[in-house]
Design a protein around this ligand. Structure first.
Ligand code: TTP
Ligand code: MG
Length: 404
């Protein structure tokens, strides 16, 4: 089976955890400026479930959210805390399975194929334990969906949020998906939802019951993929973690401004943040992009491709500042941003070798133990299914508890 685990209202829950005044209140996590002051003109990064009850959601401009819920409390984000919570979440997952596909800071797929026997076929108990570990070690709740494949597990994790646990057993996928509104199908954005509801397709079952050719003619090749998902079919295989494609940052100003010094200082601040993130991932990029949003909300961006890769704050700033001079017409700005992309993949792979060296040490240690005591003294839990019969009998009195 596959689990999809997703922390509930992640940033907002961490803020509520650390500030008792926010408990049970509608909380919006907004942007902060370089001094950590809350910026009321950006968008809502996320909001507590108390705020969602009023129709507020991620990505909504703060002023619109305040129209829906005027008494909401706006707080700035604390990224370091979120990173720490995310790290703990992944450590918890690694205590249960070695097959993890990270999706983001707060969500991942976990595969338990091959582990069923190790966990006495009680994966619901495993999910409860994972949720309990998250609650006790991170101090917030998570929702978990369990199903035969990734798409159904993902939809299931959202089914009873927050603090949900939904198990869709084998062959129950269609029954589970059928009554759900079409917007709940994974991969359906606003425009596809609009297109489908316009022709009377409101539920997943209505879409699933179309002929696949009709789905294709309506939505092109992607329509076919969506049609399979609507019918409960998807991959059981987890993918390796995606490689980073770009690193960028933007800042919405507290007030529209055409003060060049202020704008450039903000750009320099953003470039320093970007450079620090690039260093963490050992990344160097051959393209720098600068973007701006004018007071009337029109958005412009320009990019420069480079012969040699950049990674230092100073060089990223020099290029992005040059680009800004080139295309900004001097009218007041609402936002400025920079981005580095076109990474040298070799660098990322080299960085991966650092992780590989750790794995190599682990495997060498395992070799030593096996050399002394035999192969089956230490092994990944996913090998339980192929344990030789003799070993299986011994397994009843647990002698191996560590999952590699
Ligand atoms: P999500 O998992 O999409 O949202 P969530 O955890 O806040 O709420 P839930 O899962 O219960 O529906 O995103 C995780 C975090 O990523 C979120 O807390 C804030 C951040 N985020 C943004 O900064 N901007 C965005 O547009 C979105 C969607 C998320
Ligand atoms: Mg989440």
């Amino acid at each position: 089976m596959i689990f999809h685990v997703d922390l509930d209202a992640f940033f907002a829950s961490v803020e509520q955890r650390d500030n008792p005044k926010l408990h049970g209140k509608p909380v919006l996590v907004g942007n902060t400026d370089p001094h950590g002051r809350i910026c009321h003109r950006g968008v809502v990064a996320t909001c507590s479930y108390e705020a969602r009850a009023f129709g507020v959601c991620s990505g909504m401009p703060v002023f619109e959210a305040l129209k829906l819920c005027p008494w909401a409390i706006i707080v700035g984000g604390h990224f370091k805390k979120y990173e720490e919570a995310s790290k703990t979440m992944y450590q918890i997952f690694a205590n249960y399975t070695d097959q993890i596909e990270p999706i983001g800071l707060d969500e991942a797929f976990l595969s338990f194929y091959g582990f069923e026997e190790f966990y006495n076929h009680d994966l619901l108990a495993v999910a409860r334990n994972i949720k309990n570990d998250i609650a006790s070690q991170i101090g917030i709740t998570a929702s978990c969906g369990i199903a035969q494949n990734k798409v159904v597990a993902k939809i299931a994790s959202g089914f009873e949020k927050p603090d949900g646990l939904t198990f869709v057993s084998k062959d129950q996928e269609k029954e589970f998906l059928s009554p759900l509104p079409i917007s709940k199908l994974y991969g359906i954005g606003h425009s596809i939802e609009e297109k489908l509801t316009k022709i009377g397709i409101d539920t997943i079952s209505q879409f699933a019951n179309l002929n696949v050719e009709t789905a294709k003619s309506l939505l092109g090749k992607y329509g076919e993929t969506l049609w399979f998902w609507a019918n409960g079919a998807d991959s059981k295989e987890l993918s390796p973690p995606p490689l980073t494609k770009s690193v960028g940052r933007s800042q919405t100003f507290p007030l529209n401004t055409k003060d060049q010094n202020f704008i450039k200082a903000t750009l320099s601040f953003l470039c320093q943040k970007i450079a620090s993130e690039l260093r963490q991932g050992n990344l160097k990029g051959k393209c720098v992009t600068t973007s701006i949003r004018y007071a009337d909300l029109t958005f412009c961006s320009h990019q420069k491709k480079l012969c040699s890769p950049v990674f230092l704050a100073k060089e990223i700033y020099q290029i992005s500042s040059y680009l800004l001079d080139e295309f900004w017409d001097g009218r007041p700005l609402r936002l400025v941003g920079a981005r580095v992309s076109h990474f040298d993949l070799q660098n990322q792979f080299e960085f991966e070798t650092v992780k590989k060296e750790k794995q190599e040490k682990l495997e060498e240690a395992v070799d030593k133990i096996r050399g002394k005591h035999g192969f089956w003294t230490i092994y990944p839990a996913s090998l339980t299914t192929i344990l030789p019969f003799e070993e299986k009998r011994e397994f009843a009195t647990p002698k191996i508890t560590k999952i590699l």
